[in-house]
Design a protein around this ligand. Structure first.
Ligand code: XMP
Length: 317
């Protein structure tokens, strides 16, 4: 019988045999899959697991610091690398969604490769690949996705010549969560919404600037915080805010304003392939919209996205 407990026992034994005393490098994304893979590997091989958590400057507000702290608190041997400048430089002036994705994927590989080289004598690349990623061949979430979808561009970076260890490759998402729970991981971490590898870059329509990222981080933070406060976060499969490339007219006191517009999006889904917009309570939307407009400088209008997938995708880019 498959139980999370049996899975952990067996997998830890297998990993010990497979990896022995060799070193493993693993990219943490802050998401469920890479985190559970890391905790399993850590249980099997301890500090021979070297985790790398890259800040691409496109994460949620406080995300890099708080998730890094959580990883350290879990006893993981993890290095946080703030590569915000490299990502921002690479994104400068890019407007096309695919161009932005490619630039982010490329820089991620460069940064990860630089860091992997600093770990002497690493023999393995650990990945949080899960079963749907395997069958789809290109996974949609996490650093592993970025690696895969770009791996035919130019020569292979050195870390991709490592042997691959993927302890979750036979599991579905709900099983990964159960394994994480059985490993004693924080339920909040295990219940996190999916978040795209290119992060806020694909939620800022058009070109990316630090100022736009900062605005969107504030908006997103209010939205997500309120969802949690209202007990709605766990009822929603994924939620986030989108910064639109339009200004609209508003009034503030006696002044006419001409400022940015944001869209809020919350969907129900099981796998992201299809999705329905969530019927959030009007009072929630009202309070959240007021709070965003009052608190976030530069935003004077909030709209709620009521499109389902298909034909609309979850992300706007
Ligand atoms: P769409 O927008 O295609 O999104 O309906 C489906 C799911 O995939 C995520 N997504 C991405 N994840 N890199 C990722 O790692 C990407 O480029 C990317 N694009 C979309 C999206 O957040 C949703 O969960």
């Amino acid at each position: 019988d498959w139980t999370p407990f049996n899975f952990v026992e067996m997998t830890v034994e297998d990993l010990k045999k497979q990896v022995g005393t060799e070193k493993v490098v693993l990219g943490l994304s802050g998401g469920v899959d890479s985190s559970v893979a890391a905790v399993l590997l850590n249980k099997a091989i301890g500090d021979n697991l070297h985790c790398i958590f890259v800040n691409n400057g496109l994460l949620r507000k406080y995300e890099f610091e708080s998730v890094l702290q959580q990883y350290e608190g879990m006893g993981l041997n993890v290095k946080g690398v703030d590569a915000t400048d490299r990502f921002m430089d690479a994104l400068e002036g890019l407007e096309d969604p695919e161009a932005k994705r490619k630039a982010i994927g490329r820089v991620f590989i460069e940064v990860f490769d630089d860091e992997a080289h600093k770990i002497e004598d690493a023999k393995w690349l650990g990945q949080g690949t899960i079963y749907p990623d395997v069958i789809e061949s290109i996974s949609v979430n996490g650093p592993s996705a970025t690696i895969k979808s770009h791996h035919n561009v130019g020569g292979l970076p050195d870390f991709m010549k490592l042997k691959v260890v993927e302890p979750l490759r036979m599991l579905f998402k709900d099983e990964v969560r159960r394994v994480g729970a059985s490993l004693g991981m924080n339920p909040e971490l295990l219940g996190r919404h999916p978040f795209p590898g290119p992060g806020l870059a694909i939620r800022i329509l058009g070109d990316i600037t630090r100022e736009k990222v900062a605005i969107l981080q504030e908006v997103d933070h209010i939205f997500i915080h309120n969802l949690k406060e209202w007990g709605l976060y766990d009822k929603v499969w994924q939620a986030g805010a989108i910064l639109l490339p339009v200004n609209s007219v508003g009034v503030m006191g006696d002044e006419r304003t001409y400022e940015k517009c944001v869209a809020l999006r919350a969907v129900e889904s099981t796998d992201g392939m299809t999705a329905d917009w969530v019927n959030l309570p009007y009072e929630f939307l009202q309070k959240t919209s007021n709070e965003i407009i009052n608190k976030v400088k530069g935003v004077n209008r909030v709209v709620y996205d009521i499109s389902s997938k298909p034909p609309a995708t979850i992300e706007w880019e």
